[in-house]
Design a protein around this ligand. Structure first.
Ligand code: GTP
Length: 355
């Protein structure tokens, strides 16, 4: 948006500056301004046809700054230096905090040097005061715009975290979990050399968690969920992705482990949870986990596919008695039975008595 505004202003203001410079016979600057107007048209067109904004910004901003320096060096009046005030804001808005600061500060340094060269090293008091006004005002604007940019980065990070993380456990939420899977799959499909080739999904569901809520209350249930998440996270490798994909359902993506290793990791997690009860306020609560594990070639599976397969295996672990890990394919009869609880719940919610 800011880039588009700059491009349009370059074109519109060009219609004023070019005639003024022609009248004052500053030919080089007039020509450079005509070239920038044409270039702004081209960049607007390229943006409309899909040029990434970041590349368009670099492609336009650098020549724009060169032409501005040319204006500072050749324009007839000292008032041209007022345009320097624009640069801190422009560079931060267009390039962000780091690159914007580098470009902005470099430009301010060059502008100060040009001012010194053009208006003498020993200026009159009035000239020195004018120059000082412009340079100090530009420096103040630079600092203010840097503070503003820093605030924007902080708020954006906070919003991003809020959108990506589950509020209770601070693990990736379902949307982010899926996004990370899709990113890994895309890299595998593109043949990126560092991309994982294989993915295992472990789905974990606390057993009889409803009883924890019913017996100790929802707040204690929340503490338990947090504690379990922390314990699971402590067992994960750096490259694993742990997320909360449902109420008391957690999931891990493991990359480039074979299925036997993924099963071993799942068993380790199950034992971690069952071995030590959770201390929530003054309650000591024993818990168990049921787990489903499936392994796929990353480039060839969809999120729905791997999730449905692993969910069927998790459900089989529940059916087999809970507190266990199931990693084998599930028969179609058992898979069909997975539908049953949902259908029962739907019937119940419509007021039917279910056995
Ligand atoms: N405290 C708390 N409870 C939650 C949260 N999300 C889901 N739950 C509870 O998790 C429980 C899930 O219950 P069920 O789906 O019946 O499963 P379960 O009791 O764990 O039994 P099985 O999964 O069959 O072993 C429900 O009581 C939900 O209210 C949460 O964020 N905090």
């Amino acid at each position: 948006m800011v880039l588009r505004v700059l491009l349009i202003l370059t074109i519109v203001f060009g219609f004023v500056f070019v005639p003024v410079n022609v009248i004052q016979q500053v030919w080089t600057l007039a020509l450079a301004e005509v070239a920038m107007m044409a270039y702004a048209f081209v960049i607007l067109g390229l943006l409309a046809s899909g040029l990434p904004p970041r590349r368009a910004t670099w492609a336009f901003l650098l020549p724009f700054l060169v032409v501005l320096l040319l204006a500072l060096a050749t324009a007839a009046n000292i008032s041209v230096f007022v345009w320097v005030l624009l640069i801190p804001l422009l560079s931060h808005r267009l390039l962000g905090r780091r690159d914007g600061s580098i470009v902005g500060l470099s430009f301010l340094g060059l502008a100060a040097a040009l001012m010194l060269v053009r208006f003498g090293f020993v200026p009159s008091v009035a000239q020195a005061a004018e120059a000082m006004d412009v340079l100090l005002c530009a420096t103040a604007l630079f600092v203010i715009s840097l503070a503003h940019e820093t605030e924007i980065v902080r708020v954006n990070r906070k919003l991003r975290a809020r959108a990506d993380l589950d509020g209770l456990t601070h693990l990736a939420n379902r949307r982010r979990f899926r996004e990370l899977f899709e990113q890994a799959r895309y890299a595998a499909q593109q043949g990126v050399p560092s991309a994982a080739r294989q993915v295992s999904l472990i789905l974990m569901d606390l057993d009889y968690f409803k009883r924890v809520n019913d017996r100790y209350g929802h707040d204690i249930g929340d503490i338990v969920l947090e504690a379990v998440s922390r314990r699971l996270l402590a067992q994960c490798r750096q490259s694993d992705v742990l997320g909360r994909v449902g109420g008391e359902e957690l999931a891990i993506l493991l990359f480039d482990l074979d299925h036997a290793d993924a099963m071993r990791q799942a068993e380790r997690l199950r034992c971690t949870i069952s071995a030590t009860p959770v201390l929530a306020r003054d309650h000591v609560i024993s818990l168990t986990l049921s787990l489903g594990v499936a392994t796929f070639r990353l480039a060839e599976c969809s999120f729905e596919q791997i999730f449905a397969e692993t969910d069927a295996r998790l459900y089989q672990a529940k059916r087999d008695g809970r507190n266990r890990t199931h990693g084998e394919p599930v028969t179609s009869a058992a898979r069909a039975a997975r539908i049953e609880p949902a259908a029962r719940e739907a019937q119940r919610s419509r007021g039917y008595e279910m056995p």
